[in-house]
Ligand binder design. Structure first.
Ligand code: NAD
Length: 294
């Protein structure tokens, strides 16, 4: 049992903090939103009056914040000045690579152990403790972080040095975004060519077109009963969040001099979908837009 500071108790952070409590840790929680703090206090955490107070004296600190600007601010202005020298710091937010690397460098300069550890899996996985963590940082920091991350997830994978977790997350989601567009337009073409959706699914899922966007998350209603396409594209992974990740991927690609034409097109298409008012719908709703129905 350890003392864990947890900052950022939104859709994802609240379930993650609750799972650390369930694992037996003493969690001191802070969020700018008092109602969010109250939710995790009801789960057994203790309220802190600031991020610095949540982190002071803790063995470990987890942050789950919206974007790079928040992470830079919370670490720079609150956490670095408050933590114990032997703390393990874990940022699980999805943020831009530059911010992730800058915060990691700042931590290293202070001799503090830090990992970037973004997650795959949405709110249900955060609540159920089945997230996948992609971790960037030194081997010692990874070893220190692993037991805490394991209490919140089903897989904890060391991706490499500082920023490698964010790099893996951005690359994975760019592939997911582009493959969903390709799956959606393919099912629409199949329909126009007179193929039954289930029949085409049965063939393609056992042929070389097989991919996760089809077999686990089919955007065409029918073949995958649990997919958001069967509940009016509600729940799942919001278009606005996919768009955020694609923008991070474009930024990273520009910085790295990588050519990513499919990712760029996917970003543009999800932007159109969000502009059409579907930012809150699951990202597989791209099929509706391609069908002229968004
Ligand atoms: P959210 O907006 O629900 O929660 C963020 C929380 O951070 C809010 O409660 C907000 O009040 C708090 N916050 C902001 N600035 C703060 C500060 N300075 N100090 C303390 N608290 C502060 O967002 P979320 O859906 O929980 O996502 C969190 C992160 O996880 C994001 O980076 C997101 O991209 C990533 N993520 C989300 C999902 C998802 O399905 N929601 C999936 C994977 C990854």
């Amino acid at each position: 049992m350890a003392d864990v500071g947890f900052i950022g108790l939104g859709n994802m952070g609240s379930g993650m903090a609750a799972n650390l409590v369930k694992a037996g840790h003493r969690v001191r929680a802070f969020d700018l939103n008092a109602a969010a703090v109250a939710r995790v206090v009801a789960e057994g955490a203790t309220a802190a009056a600031s991020a610095a107070e949540a982190a002071a004296g803790a063995d470990a600190v987890v942050t789950m914040l919206p974007a790079g600007v928040h992470v830079r601010q919370v670490y720079g202005e609150q956490l670095f000045g408050a933590v114990r020298p032997d703390v393990i710091l874990m940022d699980c937010s999805t943020i831009d690579l530059d911010s992730a690397r800058a915060v990691a460098a700042d931590a290293a300069a202070r001799g503090l152990a830090f990992v970037d550890a973004p997650v795959s899996g949405g709110v249900a996985a955060a609540t159920g403790g089945t997230l996948t963590f992609m971790v960037g940082g030194e081997a010692d920091a990874f070893r220190a972080a692993e037991p805490y991350l394991s209490a919140m997830g089903k897989a904890v994978i060391h991706a490499g040095g500082a920023g490698a977790g964010q790099a893996a997350k951005i690359c994975n989601n760019m592939l997911l975004g582009a493959s969903m567009v390709a799956t959606a337009e393919t099912f629409l073409l199949a329909q126009k060519l007179g193929l039954d959706a289930q029949t085409f699914f049965d063939i393609s899922s056992k042929a070389s077109g097989q991919c996760w966007s089809m077999t686990s998350y089919c955007p065409m209603p029918g073949p995958v009963p649990a997919a958001p396409s069967n509940r009016d594209y509600e729940g799942g992974f919001a278009t606005a969040l996919m768009l955020k990740d694609l923008k991070l991927a474009m930024e990273a690609a520009q910085g790295a001099g990588a050519s990513v034409p499919m990712g760029a097109l996917a970003e543009s298409l999800y932007q159109m979908l969000a502009n059409a008012g579907a930012g809150g719908k699951d990202f597989s709703a791209i099929i509706r837009m391609l069908d002229g129905k968004a």
